[in-house]
Write a protein that binds this ligand. Structure first.
Ligand SMILES: Cc1cc2nc3c(=O)[nH]c(=O)nc-3n(C[C@H](O)[C@H](O)[C@H](O)COP(=O)(O)O)c2cc1C
Length: 185
């Protein structure tokens, strides 16, 4: 029996209970080096050493094809002011169109991987795929972090909550950001 203070949540939206998660842009490239971006909330750190992160991508996404073929991607963390752009990049496919340019983002060459990164991002992780794991209707791409950088006004060992207004996804078309205060135990 669950207490009456709880409300039963449909299983298919139960993941909303472990959101918010940053709504990042995963960038990958095609054979000619053309970049495509996809919004992703399902990213997670996986290992300190080696430094691994996971991103769960549906095989229906154009990004899936590009990451599977090229084995590289960048993760771009955005400020909340880019909510419209992130939602657009997360609801339209990049097959046959340049979403990143349409969203008005400036792309910069990355240091260690072919996919570029977003100049306007708060932080960037450059990753190379180590392994793919089937996960139901998604595939978890486990990537090794080859390089990572952040804007110093928003990050110092950890994000500065008053300064880093990270775009976070609650679920559906609902977003949030960090509160101003740093909470310590
Ligand atoms: C906030 C948000 C988070 C998303 N997270 C993911 C995700 O983690 N994995 C995924 O496969 N799709 C996710 N999507 C859906 C893709 O971003 C969307 O299908 C996109 O149009 C795929 O683009 P592409 O076909 O150019 O790769 C998300 C969408 C939004 C709006």
């Amino acid at each position: 029996m669950v207490s009456e203070e709880f409300r039963i949540i449909p299983i298919f939206t139960a993941y909303h209970l472990i959101h918010p998660k940053p709504a990042v842009i995963v960038i990958s490239v095609d054979e000619s080096g053309r970049a495509n971006g996809m919004t992703a909330a399902w990213t997670t750190p996986l290992s300190h050493s080696p430094p691994l992160v996971g991103v769960s991508i549906s095989p229906l996404r154009y990004t899936y094809q590009l990451v599977k073929r090229s084995g590289e991607f960048t993760i771009n963390v955005l400020d909340k002011r880019y909510v419209k752009q992130a939602h657009f990049i997360g609801t339209v496919s990049g097959r046959g169109r340049d979403k990143l340019a349409e969203a008005g983002f400036s792309l910069m060459r990355s240091r260690r991987v072919k996919p570029p990164h977003i100049r306007e991002a708060l932080a960037v992780l450059e990753c190379a795929v180590e392994k793919e794991v089937e996960a139901g209707d998604h595939v978890l791409f486990i990537g090794r972090i080859l390089e990572a950088y952040a804007k110093s006004e928003v990050f110092d060992e950890v994000y500065k909550p008053g300064k880093a207004k990270i775009l976070m996804h609650l679920g559906g078309a609902c977003y949030a950001t960090l509160a101003d205060e740093l909470i310590k135990p």
